[in-house]
Design a binder for this molecule. Sequence first.
Ligand SMILES: [Zn+2]
Length: 307
Amino acid sequence: MQDIFKLVSLLVLTFAVDISNSPEEEIGFCLFDANSIEPNQYQCNPNPNFSYSTDPKDLQSFPELIIPVVFWGINRSDGSHDNALTNAKATEAIRLLNSAFETMNICFEFKDIKQINDSEIYWTDYYKFNKHIKKNYRVTQKDLNIYVPYRFTNNNNNLRGGKWSPNQLSVNMLNYNTGILPHEVGHILGLLHTHTGATAVNCEHVTRDENNPDYNAKCAGDRVTDTNATPKLYGKFHLINDNCEYEGKLKNCKGEMYQLTELDVRNFMAYTQHSCRSVFTIGQGIRLREFIRNSKEKGKMNFVKKK
Ligand SMILES: [Zn+2]
């Protein structure tokens, strides 16, 4: 069980080891065996539970949803800290989420802020943090829980955050009000990285022409058709200029040159420059709303409520 937990945590860990081919295997659609199917025989069978629509009218048609949020500040055992999570900061985080998810008609409500005084998790390893919280600080399924420890030691103290359960995520104190927060909430609500599977044999192809036999945007990458095929840009920030424009000449698994727009570089779900993370696309919004609808039909996501 712990191994499964660790695997799931790994899949959504921001800026950590990328094994992002696995989320879709876990969800169970578009599975294929790379050893038995040649890439050119790969058939795209879109998951019928998603529309793949990119029509703003479809996005507008979803009714308003409410997500109550409980924040958890982490202090040293004696209550001291170098930067506490305050009501003002939690309110700032809620404002950021409401701005990021506004077009999806999702409203985040600040329900509570709790303080944990525990030096063991004030500044520690991400996995240790999650395990410790799970063991010692139980939560209900009624809220989204956002934990804000001072730092994580992983990646030379550079790990910013991650989703580690269906309704629990962490961001470090430097990121309660940055694009990392909507990114992790995007994972909670069913979105994948835009570069998912970029290094796989069945990577997302560049074409956006549905009649092109190579078109596979519904079955590869993030399964969203209005985000372009995208490489993992972490470590390649020199290819992004000050206007969040991509200036690289990277190629995908087929040898096609990526065709990234500024919107792709600015996407919340891309591994991109910190300052560029600012948009979700219409297609991501619709997929996210359909993911919530599908999950609720299965009795999951009780923290997402109808108005
Ligand atoms: Zn991520």
